[in-house]
Design a protein around this ligand. Structure first.
Ligand code: ARG
Ligand code: ZN
Length: 502
């Protein structure tokens, strides 16, 4: 096994300056995220019941599923009483913006006897709803869709809900999300940016990362357009003047990681790296120099595979969208990145692209069980970003860690403990560089060999699952054969920043 010690390379003279200048503008740093788009009125809490409520037989023990999952930061996200195993999503799109029509078919298993259950869903008009083929009544309450099946669902039963809907994709605004989220559009086309709770603006779902599921997508769009979604392209069939694209995400995925791009995009074949198909989806007007910068993906993927283990999915690429320069997002197998970030600054692009790719292992394959565990996403991706920054010769890892260590007391003062962020600070510096610093301190405490064994085990053991900070602490202690209770108490559950070990 490689020890993972970063190689020291000569830094290109311009890059250091570029990074210093860009340090404050790196992805998702607060204060630099532009809030774009006009506020929309909140969804009205009307109760539309359609079709006419069928007579419901409720066994004595059946009760309504809860409206949330008890997430301390996003209590309305997710729903109780069932676990989704698969979403089959079919969309028809006429243009790069405007209304769409869709049907979401959701296969789930009841964890209690259900007289009714909730889905997270915002906007649109619902045109039909069934549970196991029988018409079901629906009711809206803010961003909750309450489904009452004709017959109550037995505990342990697997059931299929189909919801057909149409309308313009709504913007989702939330105090936890810097900027608009949901299914966004720009001149060149639509793209999804749903972290943390914007998937409900795209399809009815159990919108919480503790309930990962498999996905298939069918997108029917004018034949002049290109469609892309998470996973592998499994079909592309002409249908009159339209094209029907089908994608399959065969590994579990959290709802916030959904990607659905439809519009004036080109697909760039990036070859393969270790059997992983590299395909990028880019706005058509992107110049040749920018297109060529995408090749760095192949080197980054090989670099991270050596550190963390085999890339977890069958395909990877960047979705270069005409997005406002607000944030990049690690949408599973197809990272969203604003075109301006790729076009304007090669070094910045390189480093952010590394960060997003690293999320494939940490965030996508291994997902947070609760939003308060976000440091397991952002701290890990940022530490990977530091390792790439060092490897590529922009800045040494040691320097990045020293810098973070110097600023950490301020971050801890302002934002608190690393493992206890407020909803409004999910994407703050305490969870990015402040949490990467924790990993660096862990590395200095247990040594390179144990540290990289911990990272690899973390991924291997929990690939496809959702995890907690407690589970990471237990695994780190187990793999390093070290009592780390004092270490974690000081580094993630305290607001005092200890000196760096060594
Ligand atoms: N997970 C993204 C990144 O670091 C951050 C997205 C922040 N913005 C948002 N609306 N979720 O790489
Ligand atoms: Zn990130």
């Amino acid at each position: 096994m490689r020890d993972g010690a970063p190689r020291t390379t000569i830094r290109p003279a311009g890059a250091v300056l570029a990074i210093l200048v860009l340090a404050g503008t790196a992805c998702a740093r607060p204060g630099t995220i532009r809030h774009t788009g006009a506020a929309r009125p909140p969804a009205t809490s009307t109760s539309t019941t359609r079709p006419p409520k069928p007579s419901t037989t409720i066994p004595g023990d059946a009760s309504p599923g809860s409206a949330g999952l008890g997430d301390t930061l996003l209590p309305a996200s997710g729903n109780g009483g069932y676990d989704v195993s698969q979403y089959d999503l079919a969309f028809a799109v006429d243009d790069t913006s405007g209304p769409i029509t869709a049907t979401a078919t959701i296969t789930a298993t009841a964890s209690q006897a259900l007289s009714s259950f909730h889905l997270d869903f915002r906007g649109y008009e619902i045109t039909a709803a069934t549970v196991d083929g029988a018409a079901a009544a629906t009711e809206r309450d803010g961003d909750e869709l309450i489904v009452t099946p004709a017959t109550a669902i037995a505990s342990g039963a697997t059931f299929t809900t189909a919801v057909s809907y149409s309308g313009e994709p709504p913007l989702v605004k939330d105090a936890s999300a810097p900027g608009d989220i949901g299914w966004l559009d720009a001149d060149s086309g639509r793209f999804a940016a749903a972290e943390p709770n914007g998937a409900k603006g795209i399809f009815p779902c159990n919108d919480h990362p503790s309930d990962k599921a498999l996905f298939t997508f069918s997108i029917t769009a004018p034949a002049t357009m290109t469609a892309a979604a998470n996973g592998v392209l499994v079909g592309q069939e002409p249908d009159g003047a339209s094209m029907r694209w089908r994608f399959e995400q065969a590994q579990p995925m959290a709802t916030y990681l959904v990607q659905l791009a439809v519009g004036d995009y080109d697909v760039i074949d990036g070859g393969t790296v270790d059997d992983v198909t590299i395909r990028h989806v880019v706005v058509r007007n992107l110049d040749e120099a920018a297109r060529q910068r995408l090749d760095i993906t192949n080197d980054q993927l090989a670099f991270f595979e050596q550190l963390f283990g085999n890339y977890p999915f069958a395909t990877y690429g960047l979705l270069i969208a005409d997005a406002p320069p607000s944030f990049a997002l690690e949408t599973q197998t197809l990272t969203l990145m604003p075109a301006s970030w790729l076009a304007d600054d090669p070094a910045f692009f390189d480093i952010v692209a590394a960060h997003e790719l690293a999320h494939s292992w940490f965030g996508d394959a291994v997902s947070p069980q609760r939003w308060s565990d976000i440091w397991l996403n952002e701290g890990f991706a940022t530490y990977a970003e530091w390792m790439w920054t060092d490897h590529a010769g922009y800045e040494t890892l040691d320097h990045l860690a020293q810098e973070a260590h110097a600023q950490a007391p301020e971050w801890r003062d302002e934002f608190g403990k690393v493992a206890d962020p407020a909803a409004t600070n999910l994407f703050g510096p305490n969870e990015y560089d402040g949490a990467a610093l924790v990993l660096h301190a862990l590395r200095l405490t247990i040594g390179d060999e144990a540290f990289f064994a911990v990272l690899r085990q973390w991924f291997e053991r929990y690939n496809g699952q959702s995890v907690t900070t407690d589970q990471f602490e237990a695994l780190a202690a187990e793999v390093s054969k070290t009592d780390l209770s004092g270490f974690f108490a000081a580094w993630v559950h305290s607001t005092i920043v200890p000196p760096l070990p060594g």
